[in-house]
Design a protein around this ligand. Structure first.
Ligand code: TYD
Length: 140
């Protein structure tokens, strides 16, 4: 599985640090939506879905959390604990978020508005869609 992480430049000086995020520059898509998760309760695991088309970049701007990625063939656990790093999650990638620190603020930049029809929330359905997709792409 290819994991795409983004390293953002810090505009730092003796006052502190600043990171700027810009669509189609250091974020590889048009940004239509920004949301953030905070005050996540201890022990919570959330996500449990993939998207048909949506692209997202996850950035922990404070604290830490872990991301479970599953492309049907492989799984990976990614620790996000650095506001200088972004994790790209493209279409057809099952993901779950867990081990949120009390102070975690997880910022997400998304390529499209919230659209429930773009969600795949059932793992069996995810498996079916990815398998079909792979068959269609054989020989391409
Ligand atoms: P949910 O999809 O359960 O979050 P996650 O999959 O990350 O655990 O979202 C929680 C609620 O927030 C749900 O009612 C849908 C709503 N929501 C929006 O209205 N807009 C958004 O951009 C997102 C991500 C969620």
């Amino acid at each position: 599985m290819e994991i795409i992480t983004l390293d953002f430049n810090i505009k730092g000086d003796d006052r502190g640090s600043l990171i700027a995020l810009e669509q189609n520059k250091n974020i590889p898509f048009n940004i239509k939506r920004v949301y953030y998760l905070f005050d996540t309760k201890s022990g919570v695991r959330r996500g449990f879905h993939a998207h048909h088309d949506l692209e997202q970049v996850l950035i922990v701007v404070r604290g830490s959390c872990k991301i479970h990625l599953d492309d049907l063939y492989q799984t990976r656990e990614i620790l996000l604990d650095n506001p200088q790093k972004g994790l790209y999650i493209g279409p057809l990638m099952w993901h779950e978020m867990y081990d949120f620190s009390d102070d975690c603020v997880l910022l997400v930049l998304a390529s499209y508005y919230y659209l429930e029809e773009d969600y795949i929330r059932n793992y069996d359905q995810f498996s079916e869609i990815v398998s079909q997709h792979k068959k269609r792409n054989v020989g391409k």
